[in-house]
Design a protein around this ligand. Sequence first.
Ligand code: MN
Length: 215
Amino acid sequence: MPVYTLPELPYDYSALAPVISPEIIELHHDKHHAAYVKGANDTLEQLAEARDKGTWGTVNGLEKNLAFHLSGHILHSIYWQNMTGPKDGGGEPLAADGVGELADAITESFGSFAGFKAQLSKAAATTQGSGWGVLAYEPLSGRLIVEQVYDHQGNVGQGSTPILVFDAWEHAFYLQYRNQKVDFVEAMWAVVNWQDVARRYEAARSRANTLLPAP
Ligand code: MN
């Protein structure tokens, strides 16, 4: 039995059009995300084999592969849920929509929604090579932070929980936006599912904080 499985999309391939084309969503989910799921499962098997045989010469590469594939699986699993059709998504989180605590946390952490939006947009659009722009809950300070993630796993503050992720890999946009990564990131804001982001914020905040000393 594989440890990890590919989650179903919460909508059909055309749900995010015209922001993201059905062709991109199908390839991105069915091929790219699926490959990370397989990679994580394969790497766990290879680590089990290394333990059985005591062949530790491969451990550095396997641990790197595990971080890459597992992080790819996790970030894509969040990415699909973070988005909804342009009819329901986008704008900014508002108290009137039941996501006032998230809105307040963004203002407290970044000064304003506009400041946050600019920082996450820049972080996503200026990734060198492959990466992500990520809004994360950082439990030691209780603040929200923006991370510019390299590949799927680099440049991350340990212990932080991603709650809104922008995929800035070329496979996320190239078929539709060609080399215009800035345009893709700007368009992404129209399909953000703030209800999902708020749910993740509440869950991350209420989780037991293992970074603080015992009371
Ligand atoms: Mn991707």
